[in-house]
Design a protein around this ligand. Structure first.
Ligand code: ZN
Length: 139
């Protein structure tokens, strides 16, 4: 099943390498999602980056594949990419529940992305005050 935020399929596009910034944002998002308690074991998903048409959604997850396949659009702003990765990571985590309804998957992904972005912004504000953005401990 395909994430319904996506009109068709990002999997139809040519796979490209992410930029260094995109790779860093992705790694930060995974690390941060884990600090919020999201279960994303190493190796559970494979990530593919594509350059797609502008109308396509920013990300999609094939949760029935093993490993789970996540497609991300190249060229998003860092905040848009973060939010997309948080959303898709909830789908990755929920792949362990094959019978979950589609609306429930989307609801959970939206909620997690909202919560994670809120926490991220709080920590980023903290970082400006000299706090580590991940641990919130003063550097
Ligand atoms: Zn989704």
């Amino acid at each position: 099943m395909v994430c319904p935020r996506v009109s068709n399929s990002l999997a139809l596009y040519k796979i490209v390498r992410p930029t260094a910034r995109e790779e860093r944002v992705f790694a930060d998002a995974v690390a941060f999602a884990r600090t919020l308690g999201l279960r994303v074991p190493p190796g559970v998903c494979e990530v593919y980056w594509v350059i797609s048409e502008p109308h396509e959604y920013p990300g999609m997850t094939y949760h029935r594949e093993r490993p789970v396949r996540v497609y991300l659009k190249r060229g998003l702003s860092s905040d848009a990419l973060l939010e997309t990765v948080f959303h898709e990571l909830q789908h990755v985590s929920d792949a362990q529940y094959p019978d979950m309804e589609r609306w429930q998957r989307e609801d959970r992904a939206e909620r997690f992305a909202d919560r994670a972005m809120g926490e991220w912004r709080k920590r980023r504000a903290g970082a400006r005050d000299g706090l580590c953005p991940i641990t919130h401990i003063r550097r």
